[in-house]
Design a protein around this ligand. Structure first.
Ligand code: SF4
Ligand code: SF4
Length: 152
């Protein structure tokens, strides 16, 4: 009887589409693509069939901040599924309009902030700025503060 192949199982309810697993995989078996305002993450279903490292390594699961990756050994022969893909809608930057993060990623950031610091209304506006625009806005604000300081 053929030995059961370990399967990688991403949990759609937990996954926020952050791509940490794509960066962590030494074999580049987890990939992502972006088109318009959608991001897709593709996971190898039959983990271990094309990659010996997969039998031992769990780096993707260790890198996942949401514990969204687990491994199972299906009863009998596993189905020959090559990939399983999760799709995420992206939020566009409020300044430049570039889609940059998933709705779930930003929800997570907002929740983390609100648990740690009380913010004034609209105090978390920067969450919806892409990294480039965020830096630009902070630089502009720092420059404004410096000018105010020097003109008082
Ligand atoms: S177990 Fe290792 S090799 Fe397999 S998909 Fe995850 S990170 Fe990549
Ligand atoms: S690291 Fe976890 S939460 Fe992020 S995309 Fe991969 S499975 Fe999803």
């Amino acid at each position: 009887m053929k030995e059961s192949t370990r399967m990688l199982v991403p949990e759609e309810e937990k996954c926020i589409g952050c791509r940490a697993c794509t960066s962590a995989c030494p074999e580049k078996l987890i990939t992502f693509s972006e088109e318009g305002n959608m991001r897709s993450i593709s996971f190898p279903a039959n983990c271990g069939t094309g990659c010996e490292l997969c039998e031992l390594c769990e780096l993707c699961a260790l890198a996942c901040p949401e514990n969204a990756i687990s491994f199972i050994f299906p009863e009998g022969e596993s189905e020959n599924v090559e990939k399983q893909t999760l799709d995420f809608e992206l939020v566009s930057c409020q300044k430049c309009g570039t889609p940059f993060a998933t709705i779930r990623e930003l929800e997570k950031v907002r929740t983390a902030i609100s648990e740690k610091v009380p913010l004034p209304p609209k105090g978390d506006f920067w969450v919806e700025l892409c990294p480039g625009c965020r830096q630009e806005v902070f630089r502009e604000r720092q420059a404004e503060a410096l000018i105010r300081e020097r003109t008082v």
